[in-house]
Design a binder for this molecule. Sequence first.
Ligand code: FES
Ligand code: FE2
Length: 331
Amino acid sequence: MIAYPKAIHDAWLPVCAVRELRGKPQRRLLHGQPLVIFEGTTGPAVLRDRCPHRNVPLSNGWVENGNVVCPYHGWAFSGDGTCTAIPGADGPDGQCAEAVPCRVANGLVFANPSATPRDFAPLPFPVNDDSFDHHVWPTRYRGSLIDGMENLLDPAHPHLMHPRIVGRNPQRIRVEVLRQQFADHVQCTYNEAERRRGWLPALLEGQRLNGVGLFHGPTTCQLGFIGKDGPKLFITAVFSPQTVEDVQAFAIFSTPKGRLPAWLKGQAMVAFHRQIIGQDQAMIAAQLDNLRAFGGPKYTQGPIDFIKTPMLRLMQGDRLVPSEERFTCWL
Ligand code: FES
Ligand SMILES: [Fe+2]
């Protein structure tokens, strides 16, 4: 229904969180291709999820001594796809499963099955900054990639869909927006003229002044909340299409190190956001159903949709011409 651009097919995309690899091999799709991810002898490994013997999914098997074992006849494969054992035979005879290049960063396993891979791009600040605690939360939704990414960065829907966060429609405050385009990302800074009501500002961000929405092509979104005395919270989400209507989104919550233990903050973040994300997921699924019913997407650009146009270009792998623009709106 929707073909994703080559820039997305060539990108390194996360396929699972490292902590999801507890013993059992995991099956995930990337652009419709089944992959099996497991803990190999030298770290996480990714193979195409197909035993070369009789095409059984290796993810139905188990992991033994860093090898994934096929459940049908017990052939075992190491992380680079080499067959290491064939039960009942003297030894393996050179059969291989197909390995997919992978790398581990920020608690995520990234894979790139493309024949023309792009360079691996590190995630934006503060994901690699040690003065922050980071908590990875893998989620998944039914819907299109662009609708999900736009939803995360869209400042115009929370009044209606999550009124407890920012205040109920039509209570709004004046916000000055600065949109900055850089070659490989676009950033909108929302400078609020007054303090918000709502639970999120009160509980999480204290004296929140600025919100930041950032998109790094081809599939990385980030929300930042900056208080008077510095950053309070960043949510970086990397989106990874299993198919054109089933998307994984890996959120990383980053908070400045402090007295609270990282695990406690992580769990609190997830608990707080679970309901919000559920509401968004229902809306994105409804978009998908309608997109199907009408035979494809048709979008109108609204006056406060600040980020969609440059986002679409970055998804295509285009570079943006650096620029700065200012807007005023009521959020
Ligand atoms: S199908 Fe996998 S070992 Fe035979
Ligand atoms: Fe939302």
